[in-house]
Design a protein around this ligand. Structure first.
Ligand SMILES: C[S@@+](CC[C@H](N)C(=O)[O-])C[C@H]1O[C@@H](n2cnc3c(N)ncnc32)[C@H](O)[C@@H]1O
Length: 237
């Protein structure tokens, strides 16, 4: 994973989440509540945040429009960070705003890779549709997320399932890859460059990370807006 891939991914993300796209995203939040992923992800956030049984401090990485803020339980402090100022602006009035029951909300415009949280730590960090999707999930990011958690804290993050996205043509090309000439390999390497991860790549990253206690699940979304597979990592410090 090179630094250039991160920079390119971040630039693409900022261009994608412009004002018009962000407003569409926020408008779709209202329909999203009828899609299967809403109770799925909302349920996970509800359950994990409630599991502490006491007021907690939460960080959402790539919070976007704040689609899940209202599902957080027992949350005394919420920090949301997003690289798109337009998405973040809309998070000021998120979905089901009247159900958001959090006394202290801080929204930060910036990249989670670059932002310095200082000594701040959180009980619960969640991240949906960001790492291993718009931007890479790197070893350094896993170290940062681990440091950002309090002892006993929980991280929940999704990563797009690359295994589910490989068609037969790609699988055949991968089998033949070792026998291919170098210049063909270079073309394929470029074409296959992605932030998405296979299960094997995700397991390798997690094994090398400071997290020793984690589960990986596979979730297939049948939503009208986004069909596909996500790996879901729940990691405890
Ligand atoms: C698919 S949206 C998901 C938003 C929200 N998590 C949700 O589930 O509705 C991806 C979000 O990640 C943000 N993002 C991407 N890269 C980021 C980065 N490096 N730092 C912070 N936010 C980032 C984008 O601006 C966008 O708002």
């Amino acid at each position: 994973m090179d630094n250039q891939q991160l920079k390119t991914s971040e630039e693409k993300t900022i261009n994608l989440y412009n004002k018009a796209y962000s407003e569409n995203y926020r408008a779709y939040d209202e329909q999203f509540i009828n899609e299967p992923s809403y109770p799925h992800f909302g349920g996970i956030i509800r359950k994990l945040s409630a599991s502490f049984g006491r007021p907690i401090s939460v960080l959402e990485v790539g919070c976007g429009t704040g689609r899940y803020f209202h599902t957080l339980q027992n949350t005394a402090h919420l920090t949301g960070i997003d690289i798109s100022e337009h998405m973040l602006e809309l998070a000021r009035h998120p979905l089901k705003e009247n159900e958001v029951n959090i006394p202290d909300i801080r929204l930060i415009a910036g990249s989670v890779y670059e932002y310095d949280f200082g000594n701040q730590q959180f009980d619960f960090i969640y991240c949906i549709g960001v790492l291993g999707e718009h931007v890479p999930l790197t070893p350094a990011m896993l170290v940062k997320l681990h440091q950002l958690l309090n002892d006993g804290g929980v991280l929940f993050t999704t990563v797009v399932n690359l295994d589910a996205r490989k068609n037969l043509k790609r699988k055949l090309a991968e089998t033949a890859y070792p026998m291919m000439p170098q210049r063909v390999k270079q073309v394929l390497d470029e074409r296959w460059k992605s932030n998405y991860l296979t299960l094997q790549q995700l397991k390798t990253l997690m094994t090398a990370s400071p997290f020793t206690n984690y589960d990986i699940e596979n979730y297939i979304s049948e939503d009208k807006g986004w069909k596909g597979g996500h790996y879901e990592v729940t990691a405890r410090k």
